[in-house]
Design a protein around this ligand. Structure first.
Ligand code: FRU
Length: 482
């Protein structure tokens, strides 16, 4: 069994050898090597903590550890020592995804232990476990582990990703799961002490159209409704929908704790329509904001940074709100304004008759643009490389589609993603561009698109295509937090 110190040394050594070309400037990443899902998001003793699935010995997925960062403002993050290493009987082959709670001042991580029966055949079982910390840095696995050693009798071996929260005097835990015949579902447990758990039953289950396994569930109240967020595996692509290998989306409904009855009042909706957005988790901060962070990659996609000694990042933190028609809106947290360096007001009340280039070779940018669409103008913004490369964002007024085309920005195949967005008169775009990512927030979070891009050329700036009626366009160069 490798110790925490060995894992720590391995990642530090790898950090010294990394190629920096695609390193992100203001997103959460490990110092080096592989990461995937965000875990254990929490504001604890005033500070924000984020953990993540981490393989400190390699740039590809392997035995999962929990990496750890913290921040005072959700913008400037600091690396902390690895929080969890696998190796006990109940988590021998990995500390998989999970969540964090503040249990009377004790920071408590609840995570899945992964144990292979036969690694080659990918047969395994999964358990639920706990680790605690007094200082928010050093964690001890509790003697009661595994606190849930096996799934209910009608379950498959997929039994992972505990999300725990408190309601009145009880702790609740939901888990990603599937039935014996592989129907995706979320199941619920209850406890008074986080150690002894009672199985309550199924919270929600696929009607047959929502995949074979629901990973990384989350469940919370927003505006009087209950939102079940999860990442289903195995959904079929339908036109513009479900174009990634796996999805992250939500159901809106009503929930009664006394009967464990979740009544779904809306159909499954993807939370983001970009290429790289998965395994999203949320937490409630001290300002009562429901904040979501996702993994900014997708399983089995092209990951060129593996050649550089690292792979994987988390999205910017986004505030979730529920619109009147029960759609989840996502907007970047206000604090991200503190990343802004110089401000460049580029255009105001202008109809663009020939393509207009805003020159800048900066890689870290925020762009805010407001377009007037009263005369049904087309809108097209291109992030330009000096020769061939471009990342193109188009709004098509006729089809009401927002289209992100990354096929000329390092996504060689399958470069296009589309979101439906109903705009009457005005389109507002807020874009965060980093060395190897783009996050698009359209009309105040009504549609969002998150994708990794891997430009090879020097950047030239961004271009507004002829035909647009620009009310306002401002951009900021952003600071590198690392
Ligand atoms: C989601 C996931 C989780 C699992 C973890 C393993 O991306 O597959 O279900 O806990 O990653 O790293």
């Amino acid at each position: 069994m490798n110790t925490l110190q060995q894992a720590q040394d391995a990642v530090q050594l790898a950090a010294q050898k990394m190629n920096q070309r695609y390193r992100l400037g203001y997103h959460i990443m490990a110092p080096a090597q592989w990461i995937n899902d965000p875990n254990g998001l929490i504001q604890y003793k005033g500070e924000y903590h984020a953990f993540y699935q981490h393989h400190p010995y390699d740039e590809s997925w392997g035995p999962m550890h929990w990496g750890h960062v913290k921040s005072k403002d959700l913008v400037h993050w600091e690396h902390l020592p690895i929080a969890l290493t696998p190796g006990n009987d109940y988590d021998k082959d990995g500390c998989f995804s999970g969540s964090a709670v503040d249990d009377n001042g004790q920071l408590t991580l609840i995570y899945t232990g992964h144990i292979y029966i036969d690694k080659k055949a990918d047969t395994f079982y999964q358990t639920q476990n706990i680790a605690v910390s007094q200082d928010g840095v050093n964690f001890t696995k509790v003697v009661e582990n595994a606190v849930i050693p096996e799934p209910p009798a009608d379950s498959s071996h997929h039994f992972r990703d505990p999300k725990v929260w408190k309601h009145e005097n009880n702790w609740y835990m939901i888990l990603g799961n599937s039935t014996k015949d592989m129907v995706g579902r979320v199941i619920l447990y209850r406890s008074t002490d986080l150690r002894q758990w009672d199985y309550i039953g199924v919270l929600a289950q696929s009607d047959g159209s929502l995949g074979f396994m629901w990973e990384c569930p989350d469940f919370f109240e927003l505006n009087g409704k209950h939102i079940l967020l999860f990442s289903p595996q195995g959904m079929e692509k339908q036109g513009d929908l479900y174009n990634n290998l796996f999805q992250t989306g939500y159901l809106v409904g009503d929930y009664q704790y006394d009967t464990n009855h979740f009544t779904q009042t809306s159909s499954f909706t993807e939370l983001d329509n970009g290429h790289d957005f998965y395994a999203v988790q949320t937490f409630l901060d001290e300002q009562s904001r429901r904040i979501a962070i996702g993994w900014m990659d997708m399983w089995e996609s092209n990951m060129p940074t593996k050649a550089d000694g690292w792979c994987g990042a988390l999205t910017l933190p986004r505030v979730l709100t529920l619109s009147e028609d029960h759609k989840l809106l996502m907007n970047p947290v206000e604090e991200l304004k503190t990343l802004r360096n110089a401000e460049y007001p580029a255009l105001r009340n202008q109809t663009i008759t020939t393509n207009y280039l805003v020159p800048t070779n900066e890689a870290l940018l925020e762009i805010k643009a407001v377009f007037d669409l009263r005369n049904e103008q087309a809108v097209c913004l291109k992030i330009r490389g000096i020769r061939e490369e471009e990342t193109v964002l188009t709004y098509d007024y006729t089809t009401k589609k927002l289209i992100l085309d990354c096929s000329k920005s390092g996504k060689t195949e399958d470069g296009i993603r589309t979101a439906t967005l109903h705009v009457e008169h005005e389109l507002t775009l807020q874009l965060f561009i980093d060395s190897s990512s783009i996050e698009v927030f359209a009309n105040h979070g009504l549609a969002t698109m998150t994708s990794r891009i891997y430009p090879t050329e020097e950047r030239l700036g961004f271009e507004v295509a002829a035909g647009a009626n620009v009310k306002e366009l401002t951009y900021w160069t952003l600071n590198d937090i690392w």
